[in-house]
Each structure stands twice: as structure tokens, then as C-alpha cells.
Design a protein around this ligand. Structure first.
Ligand SMILES: [Zn+2]
Ligand SMILES: [Zn+2]
Length: 345
């Protein structure tokens, strides 16, 4: 499999972000990203600029809805209007175009210093027909971490990563529950705007493009290398994303390039997103770029752990398996990689 590292959920000057698509692509190139997906609010205006910029594959979707139920729509050609309180209508219209759709920042806690605690959560969990959800959103969780002005200054000037504590357990629990019915794909988002934000009495830029492009990324695996042809590469990335052949990683402290999670039964190799027939010889394998702690989650519960760089899990029973990876940080560990699931049937 070939790995491409991308940053998803970016705002440009076509909505409330500060950068042009060309500037954003340049920032992505400087930190070594392979692709980016720009999702401006309520518009596909950036679509005319899709293509390779500075060697980075630039894809353009949109973010639909304003008050709540923010939905990232990718691989669509027609703008979909907001239906804030009827997200199923939005999901259906994206699907009718053959698009992919993801819940954006489904769980937010809010900060009283930011618009007096205003949040934009997902409210209707009974919808169907979507591709997946953003399990980890940089800007949303950063804001949630701003519990005081002192904390805001610390998170801006000293260590912004302190706020990024990992996907919220509520989101993972919802995701695990949805996985019981079908494949629901997890992605990570940055929600980068690179604008000055008012926090209490202070004004700060908290999500500079080149900074957040090094944090929560989505790594996509494709069966063939990208060709450099925009149209075929676009479809290759969207195809892998829709099948769950991807993982979410916080790349800042340690780039996660090289992580793999697959199943083998002695005859075939299966990837994340696949449904695998159970057999006695079936084993789950993982490779991590450095010595880490790996949690194997089955049907939403921790079922095994492993440490080191190579990880093999045998004696499997049917279930939905995914990995959570933690790397050493100071005296403890930090959440690093979240795989998509492999379903053993
Ligand atoms: Zn949003
Ligand atoms: Zn957004």
C-alpha cells in the first residue's frame, strides 16, 4: 500500500479563513503534506482552483450548516444548502451527488471566553447514509481547552499541544456503537482558519496553517501510487477515504508515516475498512514507526495491549477491531494514532 498524508477540513479566504488556496498549499508543502482538503463554509468557490499546487494535491469540498450539525461534504460539484436542524436532508443531497460526508467536530465542550461558550455540536445521531465522522478536530479541542485567559496565553505562547488530549471518549463511544451496524470511517480535521480570534480581552492567531498542518492529519493508503494526474489522484484519495483505508495521527511530536494495521490469514492480506472472514489462522498485525504502546479495541472495549514496534494479535474471535496508539511523552504517553477498523466476521 502507498501512504499519503493529508490535512482535512481547512478554511480559506473563500469563507472565514485568512489564506488563499495557493498560500495554504505552500504551507502544506513546507511541512511535507501530500494532499489537503479545503472545506469552506457554505461554498465550493475554491473548486476552480483544485489541482496540484507546489506539488501538493489540493481537493476542495465544503462545510455545510451553521448553527449545529456541521457536515463536511467532499467529492461534490453542486453546493448543498444548509438545513441546520434537518441534517438528513444535507446527507441525502451529498449522497445523491456521489459525495462523501463526515460529521465535523461532533462533540464540543465550548469555552466561556469564546463567544460565551457557543458550541456547534452534532445533534441528530439517528441519521443514515453518511461516510463517517471527524473523531479529532484541532481547533475545536484547542478552544475547549481554553478554560481561562491564563490558559489561553499558555496554550498560544507556550504549548498549544497541551489542549489536544485525544479524541473525546464520547465520540469514540458513539463511533464504536455505529460500527456495529456498518463501516463508519474516522478522519481527523484541523479546522484551520489562521485568523485572529478574540478570547476574552486578548486577540490571538491560534491556528496558523503551517502549525496545524503538523498536528492532526489523516493518512490515506492507496493500492497504487498516485500518478500526478489530478482527476485520477483525486478519485484514488476519495476512494480510499470512503473505504476506511486511512488512519488519524497527531504528527507533531513524531510523524506517523509508516504505521500499518492489517489482517492476514496465510492466503490474503486485508486492510483497514475491510470485512475479513474468520479463520483459525487469522492474525492482526501492526507496525509502528517507533516503540509505542498499542491498545487493541474490540467492539468498543480494550481487549489486548502490545508494546514495541511490531505487534501481532492472534486467537481472534469475530468482532470489530481497531487500534489506539500512544507514544512516550515526558513521563507518560500521548495519544498518537487511531486506526480505522477491521471487521472479523
Ligand atoms: Zn464547523
Ligand atoms: Zn470548519
Amino acid at each position: 500500500m502507498y501512504e499519503y498524508v493529508g490535512n482535512i477540513h481547512i478554511h480559506s479566504h473563500y469563507s472565514d479563513g485568512s489564506g488563499s488556496i495557493n498560500q495554504i498549499a505552500e504551507a502544506a508543502q513546507q511541512v511535507g503534506l501530500d494532499f489537503i482538503i479545503v472545506t469552506d463554509h457554505f461554498t465550493l468557490a475554491g473548486k476552480k482552483e483544485e489541482g496540484y499546487h507546489h506539488g501538493v494535491l489540493v481537493l476542495v469540498g465544503m462545510e455545510i450548516n451553521a448553527e449545529c450539525n456541521h457536515y463536511l461534504a467532499l467529492n461534490i460539484d453542486e453546493e448543498v444548502p444548509n438545513h441546520d436542524h434537518h441534517p438528513q436532508a444535507v446527507i441525502d443531497q451529498v449522497r445523491e451527488q456521489g459525495g462523501l460526508g463526515f460529521f465535523a467536530h461532533p462533540v464540543e465542550k465550548g469555552s466561556r471566553l469564546y463567544k460565551r461558550g457557543r458550541i456547534y455540536p452534532w445533534t441528530d445521531w439517528n441519521v443514515t447514509g453518511f461516510t463517517g465522522l471527524e473523531i479529532w478536530n484541532y481547533l475545536s479541542q484547542w478552544r475547549d481547552g481554553v478554560t481561562s485567559l491564563k490558559k489561553a496565553l499558555k496554550l498560544t505562547l507556550v504549548n498549544p499541544h497541551q489542549a489536544l488530549v485525544g479524541p473525546y471518549p464520547e465520540v469514540l463511544k458513539r463511533w464504536d456503537r455505529m460500527l456495529k451496524k456498518r463501516l463508519v470511517v474516522a478522519i481527523g480535521g484541523s479546522d484551520a482558519h489562521a485568523v485572529t480570534v478574540k478570547l476574552g480581552l486578548t486577540r490571538l492567531v491560534i491556528d496558523d496553517y503551517s502549525m496545524v498542518f503538523r498536528c492532526i492529519n489523516t493518512h490515506v493508503l492507496t493500492p497504487a501510487p498516485l500518478s500526478g494526474n489530478f482527476l485520477s489522484d483525486e478519485q484514488e484519495i476519495y476512494h480510499s477515504l470512503s473505504r476506511g483505508r486511512c488512519f488519524v495521527a497527531y504528527d507533531y511530536f513524531q510523524p506517523a508515516r509508516g504505521f500499518r494495521f492489517y489482517a492476514e490469514d496465510g492466503r490474503e492480506q486485508y486492510q483497514m475498512g475491510d470485512v475479513v472472514p474468520w479463520s483459525q489462522r487469522l492474525a492482526l498485525h501492526s507496525k509502528t514507526p517507533s516503540d509505542v504502546l498499542v491498545h487493541l479495541i474490540r467492539d468498543g472495549s480494550l481487549c489486548a495491549t502490545s508494546s514495541g514496534r511490531g505487534h501481532v494479535f492472534i486467537d481472534l474471535i469475530p468482532g470489530i477491531y481497531r487500534l489506539e496508539v500512544f507514544h512516550p511523552y515526558r513521563r507518560g504517553v500521548r495519544p498518537w494514532i487511531f486506526s480505522n477498523p477491521i471487521r472479523v466476521k
